[in-house]
Design a protein around this ligand. Structure first.
Ligand code: SF4
Length: 230
């Protein structure tokens, strides 16, 4: 990507593209944290893509099946190097059956393009496949019920890097209560053998708190560096 295009995308993220001379960008600490992986039970554990999609569409493992319009399975390149994990569908996603549409989705697209990744070259999915009413946080039992689908998606895609956006997704995927500030800037692995996982802010948060876009950009550069290690 040319520097002019990258500058254009950074501006799309509304990130200042200048930096005071002599003040290098802070580099996240490249430490590695291993968390236990949970195994996907039952049919999901061995399903192929078609079988997994059918399981999700028909799923009634938690009460969110009662209020959803559409399940939101995930979208993108099923052989992608990058797998983006979000929290749960919102109203637009529930209506369209696709993750990260609307303003937050547009910002995610800009963030990905800024590091040279068009949306159709990554795979994007949420921890929850159904929308929690009124966009409330997922309950622990809902996340536990739904996580096997994401785990199978991760196994099928076998990405080089997992980028987790937002505290809720990170805490559920990494089985931790740690705040986002502690999860950013390091490499996590589930089960010690899975792909490296890097955590950053959710684009919806960045829309509310644009002053943190610069830190998100540092996370993206860190993720790109981690993905390139393999
Ligand atoms: S949120 Fe997940 S576990 Fe709950 S009904 Fe939807 S697909 Fe099933």
């Amino acid at each position: 990507m040319t520097s002019a295009r990258r500058k254009a995308y950074l501006e799309a993220m509304q990130i200042d593209t200048w930096r005071r001379r002599g003040s290098p960008a802070p580099a996240p600490a490249p430490s590695t944290v291993t968390v236990p992986a949970q195994s996907a039970p039952g049919e999901a554990q061995t399903a192929d893509w078609a079988g997994l999609e059918r399981l999700v569409v028909e799923c009634r493992r938690c009460a969110l099946c009662e209020t959803r319009r559409h399940t939101v399975f995930g979208v993108g390149d099923r052989r992608a190097n990058w797998f983006v994990v979000g929290e749960a569908p919102g109203a637009d996603e529930d209506r369209q059956g696709e993750p990260f549409v609307g303003r937050a989705g547009q910002l995610l697209n800009a963030m990905l393009r800024a590091i040279g990744l068009p949306r159709d070259q990554v795979f994007i999915a949420n921890v929850l496949k159904c929308r929690p009413p009124n966009n409330r946080d997922p309950l622990a039992r809902e996340a536990a019920a739904c996580l096997p689908y994401l785990e199978r998606q991760l196994a099928l895609v076998a990405p080089r890097l997992v980028l987790v956006v937002g505290r809720i997704a990170a805490q559920n995927l990494l089985a931790t209560d740690a705040p986002l500030a502690q999860l950013r800037g390091r490499v996590h692995r589930r089960g010690g053998a899975g792909p490296p996982i890097v955590v950053t802010y959710h684009p919806a948060y960045l829309l509310r708190t644009p002053s943190d876009k610069r830190k998100a950009w540092e996370d993206l550069k860190f993720a790109r560096e981690v993905a390139g290690r393999g």
